[in-house]
Structure formats: C-alpha cells, structure tokens
Design a binder for this molecule. Structure first.
Ligand SMILES: NC(=O)c1ccc[n+]([C@@H]2O[C@H](COP(=O)([O-])OP(=O)(O)OC[C@H]3O[C@@H](n4cnc5c(N)ncnc54)[C@H](OP(=O)(O)O)[C@@H]3O)[C@@H](O)[C@H]2O)c1
Length: 207
C-alpha cells in the first residue's frame, strides 16, 4: 500500500520505519521541504516529498505534526482518503485552543472539520514513540499491547486496524471521532500499556 506521512518527527519517522518494514511504499514530508529530509531516504528506505506530494501519494495518510499547525494540512488532496491522526493537544506547545480547553470538540474532530471529505481515524496518539518502536508483537501473542482508535468511517477503521495489526498491536475501537476524548492527552489511560481486554475496560471506565 502507498502511505503518505505529513510530519517527519519522532512519530512520522517511527511509522515510516514500521511501514517500510512491512513492505509498504512510504513518502515522508515536513514543513520545510524534502531537501531537509535527504538522510531519511537511505536510513528508512522511504521516499520524501512536499506535504502536497505526500498527501497525493498516500492511499492512507498519517498526520503527525504539532496540533497548532493543523490548518496548514492541505484538504483537497486528502478528500476521500483515510487519514490517520496521531496529533495531541499540548497547550504549552500549541497555544490555547478554546474549543479544546472547554471540551466542546475532540482534537480529531477539529482536524476532520478542516479536512472536509477525509476519512479520519484517530490512531497512534496514545503511545509514546519509544513504545511504538519496541512493544509490537506478532498477531495472537498473549498479552499483546492494544492501541485505541476512533472514527466515523467503518471501512477506514478496518484499514487502520489492519495496518496497526501489521505494526504489532491489537486494536480497540472506542467508537466515533466524538469519543476520541477517551484517549486524548490528560485522560488516565493516555499512553498507558494495556492488552485489548484491559484497554476496553480502561476506555469504558473513563465515563
Ligand atoms: N513523540 C511522541 O511520543 C508522540 C506520541 C504520540 C503522538 N504524538 C503527537 O504526534 C504529533 C507529532 O509528534 P512528534 O513527536 O513526531 O513531533 P516532532 O518530533 O516535533 O515533529 C514534528 C514534525 O512535524 C512537522 N511539521 C510541523 N508543521 C508541519 C506542517 N504544517 N506540515 C508538515 N509538517 C509539519 C515538522 O517539520 P518541520 O521541522 O519541517 O517543521 C516535524 O517534522 C504531535 O501532535 C504529538 O503530540 C507524539
């Protein structure tokens, strides 16, 4: 599968490595342009491009950038595509956003509102990058770590689930994007390690 990645930081690079390792074609981008990403081509085995090129390239596109920059993500090339949203809200980094501070919207709904027509799945936000690189296990391993997702498009969630499984993790579907608050930053289970049963319970206990 072709995977575009917007954001070449810790998470973007970790997902790029995992995806290349599973035989996917990956194009990574950042805000400064592919000339700043030359080393990734050799070290990860991915392509690099502009944000618009990565968005157009991917059948699935990961967005992993500081949330404050979400309005810079181009909507047109992502319309109709599966977009994996790894972003979290850190006011000390992103500045205060009123709708997030008063909990009237989730971070992924904010991105979805901007990316009209994209099929957003909140994924990979609730695991630290070191754990993402280290905790993956083969399908069926007892106690395998599970990651939460949310989204409004069932087919997109199935595609996200298949990818996450390839990367070594079980998946627990927390429901529609509006339920993504359950595993946003600040919730008790955010970035904690659970198997699928434990994660399901932790998400429900959040009520
Ligand atoms: N690190 C973690 O453990 C972790 C875990 C889960 C989720 N997250 C979340 O995932 C997101 C990324 O985290 P990170 O740790 O990977 O961040 P990071 O290491 O600071 O990297 C951020 C990347 O985003 C790029 N970027 C910024 N604005 C952009 C834009 N408008 N268009 C394209 N690329 C842009 C930056 O490129 P330039 O340098 O060219 O600006 C940089 O490559 C954050 O929202 C974070 O909260 C992080």
């Amino acid at each position: 599968m072709k995977i575009g990645i917007i954001g070449a930081g810790y998470i973007g690079r970790a997902i790029a490595k995992l995806a290349v390792g599973q035989g996917h074609e990956v194009m990574v981008s950042n805000s400064r342009g592919p000339h700043t990403l030359m080393s990734l081509v050799a070290s990860i085995g991915c392509l690099t491009g502009s944000v618009e090129q990565a968005a157009a390239f991917g059948e699935v596109v990961l967005v992993a950038i500081p949330l404050k920059n979400y309005l810079a993500v181009p909507a047109a090339p992502l319309a109709g595509k599966v977009v994996l949203d790894a972003n979290n809200y850190y006011p000390e980094r992103d500045g205060n956003m009123t709708e997030l501070d008063n909990h009237s919207i989730t971070t992924s709904e904010l991105l979805a509102r901007h990316l009209d027509g994209a099929r957003i799945v909140k994924a990979f936000n609730s695991i630290r990058v070191n754990d993402l690189e280290r905790d993956g296990l083969p399908t069926g391993t007892p106690g395998r770590r599970a990651l939460p997702i949310s989204g409004d498009d069932a087919r997109a969630k199935r595609q996200a689930t298949a990818l996450i499984d390839q990367f070594g993790f079980d998946v627990v579907d927390a429901g529609p994007l509006a339920e993504g608050w359950r595993f946003q930053r600040g919730r008790p289970m955010y970035c904690e390690r659970f198997d699928a049963v434990g994660l399901q319970k932790a998400l429900s206990d959040n009520d």
